[in-house]
Design a protein around this ligand. Structure first.
Ligand code: HEM
Length: 513
């Protein structure tokens, strides 16, 4: 009080007083800043962990790589691990690990929780993906997992097959029209339509779009950068998410596409909730499943249903299509691999006019090896997925203090040369070598532990049915596509630098439209 009194009442003119107050506040701010820098560098519980001093001092280091370098943090983490070793402090409260043994230690530990600062900006906190609370996440996971069980996938395989059939038909039309095909967008369209068909019993007709470019496709591809902006600048969240209609009307369709999908989901959910009699009947939508008292879902609210519906669209679209995209690029780049795959498919599936069941496709060794390689090099999620250490724990030989955020990008397992020699080479043969049984546990595209992917069975089924149908029925070669086009940066999932394009040389076994 003494200092303030002196500042305010020392008899100086008001202008001088204002100057003194401003100088005092500035000095206080500088002092606090200096104290914060010193304490983060030398007194913080993570002070002993190696890493760039700037990253220890400020989270804007991470923001720079995420936003200015547009998903450059994973590449930077590679450089940091080379310089500092297997554990790196890459933000004041964050550690990243590169030793593969750390992956299980981080993601299988049932005590660690998702870091809400990373997940909340996805704006679906009540969904399986967005829940931080361990018990709530478990309850929700238990509720929706049966919908994606292997049994359920096999029972409703025809829904996936019908969607893949529509894709084959659309490709045959592009062949007839002699078009160059953006197969990258094609895969995005087919995987999105599998999710909408399987989960909502709906079609958005993405496969029938002449360029596979519905606004929602671009929105799904482009929304992650917005989420990363909000992660680093939280105050922008309400502004970006709650724009008035008149501003939205000025924006391109891509900017509002997600909102339109939400409105569609809202309508569907309201109809289902208004007619509870329908809920006990058997329907193939995730909403009926979640509301069905037999499944334990009767207390769910409209918002919870909508969050879950939106999550599935986001989680199930580009992840699966990236697998098909990366696989197709490598198959078409390697004549030997393409020949062997087509031979295996022809032999097992002589009549292309008939459907080949998922169960039979799963028994094809070369196709299976190709999907493993495609998952390995498309990685699933590439950004490090942050977990909060809820009590001091040893991870890969390092004692990590409570409240630290720990993570390990999946790429550090998939590209580890001790596990996968020549890791950047797409080599299905590695899955047939002696000891290859051990490799399966090193495919971490779906993550591990209590928060691993709930849609894993659906994703595998799609990868089998899409790649098998495409390579059994469509002859094609790549055009205007180079290795550069599948280089990626990390905004949750990989953001590729370019697109894979093909020209179709012939079609067979095209289903009737
Ligand atoms: C190749 C395809 C896919 C890959 C590589 C993949 C990968 C992943 C990964 C790494 C996670 C963990 C995210 C985290 O820890 O925050 C995850 C979670 C999740 N995935 Fe997938 N996913 C795929 C397809 C799908 C599909 C098709 C669906 C459903 C339509 C789906 C639904 C989910 C859900 C609901 C979660 C949240 C689980 C939780 O947090 O408890 N995924 N996925």
């Amino acid at each position: 009080m003494g200092i303030i009194n002196t500042l305010l009442y020392d008899g100086n003119a008001p202008r001088d007083r204002a100057f003194v107050i401003a100088s005092g506040l500035l000095a206080l701010a500088i002092g606090t800043g200096i104290y914060r820098i010193i304490s983060r560098l030398y007194l913080h519980p993570l002070a002993k962990f190696p890493g760039p001093p700037l990253a220890a001092v400020t989270s804007y280091y991470l923001a720079y790589y995420d936003l200015v370098k547009r998903g450059g943090m994973v590449e930077q983490l590679g450089k940091l691990h080379e310089q500092y070793g297997p554990v790196v402090r890459y933000a004041p409260d964050k550690l990243h690990f590169s030793d593969p043994s750390a992956f299980d230690a981080i993601y299988r530990d049932i005590r660690f929780i998702k870091d809400a600062r990373f997940y909340d900006p996805f704006n679906n906190q009540t969904s399986s993906f967005g829940q931080s609370d361990i018990q709530a996440a478990k309850k929700r996971g238990n509720l929706i997992r049966p919908f994606f069980s292997k049994r359920s996938i096999l029972q409703f395989e025809h829904i996936i097959q019908q969607t893949v059939d529509r894709f084959v038909i659309s490709l045959s039309k592009k062949f007839a029209a002699n078009e160059v095909v953006n197969i990258y967008n094609g895969f995005l369209s087919v995987t999105m339509e599998v999710v909408t068909a399987y989960c909502y019993g709906e079609s958005y007709h993405a496969i029938e779009d002449p360029n596979y470019r519905l606004p929602i496709i671009s929105a799904l591809k482009n929304s992650n950068i917005l989420i990363f902006v909000i992660q680093h600048f939280r105050f922008l969240g309400p502004l970006l998410m709650g724009m008035p209609d008149w501003i939205e009307n000025l924006l391109p369709d891509e900017a509002t596409a997600f909102k339109k999908v939400i409105a569609k989901l809202d309508n569907q959910i309201s109809t289902i909730m208004n007619d509870p009699a329908k809920v006990v009947a058997e329907h193939r939508t995730i909403f009926h499943h979640m509301l069905n008292p037999k499944e334990g879902g009767k207390q769910l609210t409209h918002l919870e249903l909508r969050d879950e519906g939106a999550t599935l669209l986001g989680a199930g679209t580009d992840t699966t299509s990236n697998t098909c995209n990366v696989g197709t690029f490598h198959i078409l780049s390697n004549p030997g691999i393409e020949k062997r795959l087509r031979e295996e498919l022809r032999e097992a599936w002589p009549n292309a006019d008939e459907h080949m069941s998922l169960e039979k496709l799963e028994k094809l060794p070369y196709l299976t090896a190709i999907i493993h390689e495609s998952l390995r090099l498309s990685h699933g999620v590439v950004s490090p997925l942050p977990r909060i250490v809820t009590e001091a724990t040893e991870i890969a030989g390092h004692m990590v203090p409570e409240n630290t955020v720990v993570s390990m990008s999946q790429t550090f397992v998939h590209l580890n040369p001790d596990i996968f020699p020549e890791p950047h080479v797409f080599n299905p043969e590695r899955w047939f070598k002696e000891g290859s049984e051990d490799l399966y546990k090193s495919i971490v595209a779906f993550s591990k532990g209590p928060r691993m992917c709930i849609g894993i069975n659906l994703a595998w089924a799609e990868a089998y049915l899409i790649l098998a149908n495409v390579f059994r029925k469509i002859d094609m070669h790549m055009v205007n596509t180079t290795k550069e086009d599948i280089k990626w940066t990390a905004l949750l999932t990989p953001v590729f630098q370019g697109i894979v394009q093909v020209k179709i040389d012939g079609v067979k076994g095209v289903p009737e439209s």
